[in-house]
Design a protein around this ligand. Sequence first.
Ligand code: AVJ
Length: 323
Amino acid sequence: MSALPNFELHDLKPAVADFRREVLAGLAATPRRIAPKFFYDAAGSHLFDAITQQPEYYPTRTEIGLLRGHGVEIAERLGRQAALIELGSGSDIKIRCLLDALRPAEYLPLDISLDHLRESASGIARDYPQVRVRATCVDYTREFPLPPIAPEAHRVVFYPGSSVGNFEPSDVRDLLRWVAGMVGPGGRLLIGVDLKKDPARLHAAYNDAAGVTAAFNGNVLTRMATELGAKLKVEDFAHHAFYNEALGRIEMHLRALRATSIEIAGQRFDFAEGEGIHTENSYKYCEEEFGALAASVGFVTEQVWCDADRLFSVHCLRVGALS
Ligand code: AVJ
């Protein structure tokens, strides 16, 4: 890759050590769990891209439709020449829609997957030479130092894809507070939130017929084997995803098809048939429910865009004076 004058990459090394530590703790816990952020190595990021192409997986194309269809209005809300910070530089298409509409002075993508980040952010630096691109490889679910932004720059955080659904509702407040601190009073958050809907529709989105979501889920086992040297049989585990209506969330698990075990760093974890590892929650919200959550930490809802079928929502939130 030739050097681009408007591109910088900072690697804060969301280390392998964290992966090992969290996997060991998660497998020792009851119920067993692994955080969904560990899906996203290079292979996992590509599998996620493939998920977004599945006919059953409506969130990505619906959100892109909203960003395209309301680009001008969104840009007017957010204001031009912003410092645009993106949490999880997931989808190239979405950020390009926003960059086209918004023309920010700076773009600061944050992502846990280094290869994915480098590829996507350098492509953007190449195609948007007027935008200064400063990418940071980091686990943004924890606080970390942002690259310095001019104090007078007005800041906008873009958090697309309903990744906020991965957080427990109680933790969403901490995340939103942290974002509010990052953008400061008057700063804005543009956030994609998947809506509550017919459970059958939700179920289908996380159980695509081509089995891509299953492969994405299983990829965390492959990572454990290759990166941590875990002894396990990937084929002993099956993808299990369902909508938990009482809790308003999709749950994904890796369920043992037969008695099996995982050995890591001299520790052995036995699984009875049917026992699982909980790998993801994806919370769904009503529009008002999310607005109330945001308001509880001092965000003012300026506008919400939804598609005609009310599958997905994009919220423009402003940090109020009292946050
Ligand atoms: C990236 C968290 C928004 O919850 O829909 C997709 C991840 N998991 N299919 C989601 C995911 C299974 C996705 N998020």
